[in-house]
Design a protein around this ligand. Structure first.
Ligand code: NAG
Ligand code: NAG
Ligand code: NAG
Ligand code: NAG
Length: 282
């Protein structure tokens, strides 16, 4: 375990929990596309309980159908995945877009919206997700960049499990944390070391006191208004095991996930094997 370190970054994001900026009024005019897109991004991120937050890249289409008392909108939007996991309290508009070399992910979405007077609701959205650049394209751009590994890859999950137990050995936390979700796993080859696994994962605080003899896996998460979360990045070499775990902590969320949207959404990954979390809305 020479050179092993756990770095705990008390996230500055914690201090930046911004009140949602006011949204412009969505109207039935063609010029209202930007406001409609912005409202949509708020709804998508509010309802998105897994993986990473998304930001708007561009409006590809904006159809307005006039109906009694208002209109129905159909938007075509391209989104880009940010580096903020959904447990990160940062507002999505303040989150950085993932760099292309890090296997950035995009989504193209079809959104339906009702507008009546000054009232606009997103009624449905459906997005397809994929890597911005295909693996083939990436080979020419960055042949040595790690590739995305399926979220259920055996070696990748082993690296995550080791990182979680390391986290639980070596923090000054009050309670044990358990795995909430694996965000992404990338894998690369380093000539002197061999296969290297880089994982990002979300942890949630449990009721089990730190240092108790209980197996943390048997612990239940605290309820959302009490549970801290942690977002961690780990490095693991197949030859020599876990190298590092770095985590950010987030305070308990003020409000639980607002599940006020009865939208139907499907997100399809480009392959059957999920290499990045699907956007899942009911
Ligand atoms: C939006 O949803 C709210 C609550 O479900 C509803 O009262 C309102 O009529 C809806 N507005 C439109 C334009 O569909
Ligand atoms: C995403 O884009 C593809 C290709 O342009 C299109 O066929 C598909 O319908 C789009 N998906 C959604 C959900 O809009
Ligand atoms: C991962 O999931 C895919 C699709 O569900 C499955 O075909 C594959 O066998 C799984 N791999 C492992 C290592 O569990
Ligand atoms: C925990 O971390 C300390 C220093 O941060 C280190 O000396 C110790 O070996 C670590 N414990 C384990 C079990 O890795």
């Amino acid at each position: 375990m020479k050179g092993f370190h756990i770095v705990v970054l008390l996230s500055s994001a914690v201090l930046l929990v911004s009140a949602a900026p006011a949204l412009e009024l969505v109207t039935c005019s063609k010029e209202s596309g930007a406001a409609a897109a912005r409202l949509t991004m708020h709804r998508i991120n509010e309802n998105h309980g897994h993986g990473y937050k998304f930001r708007l890249q561009e409006i590809q289409g904006n159809k307005v159908e006039t109906v009694d008392g208002g209109c129905n909108l159909e938007l075509q939007l391209n989104l880009l995945e940010t580096v903020c996991h959904v447990i990160n309290p940062k507002h999505f508009e303040d989150c950085e877009i993932r760099e292309e070399a890090e296997r950035a992910v995009m989504a193209n979405c079809t959104i339906k919206m009702n507008v009546r007077n000054t009232d606009a609701n997103v009624t449905k959205y459906e997005c397809d997700t994929r890597q911005v650049k295909t693996n083939l394209e990436m080979v020419t751009i960055c042949p040595d960049c790690p590739t995305l590994d399926p979220l259920n890859s055996t070696e990748g999950l082993k690296s995550v499990n080791e990182a979680v137990s390391k986290f639980n050995q070596n923090t000054t936390n009050q309670h044990y944390y358990i795995l909430k979700e694996v965000g992404r796993i990338t894998v690369g080859y380093i000539p002197s070391v061999g296969m290297a696994y880089y994982a990002e994962f979300a942890l949630v605080e449990t009721h089990c006191p730190m240092g108790s003899r209980i197996n943390p896996e048997a612990c239940k998460p605290l309820c959302p208004d009490r549970a801290h979360h942690a977002f961690c990045k780990s490095t693991y070499f197949r030859s020599t095991g876990l190298q590092s775990v770095e985590c950010e902590f987030y305070p308990p969320s003020v409000s639980p996930h607002p599940n006020h949207m009865r939208s139907h959404n499907l997100l399809h990954a480009e392959t059957d094997v999920v290499i990045f979390p699907k956007l899942q809305f009911f």
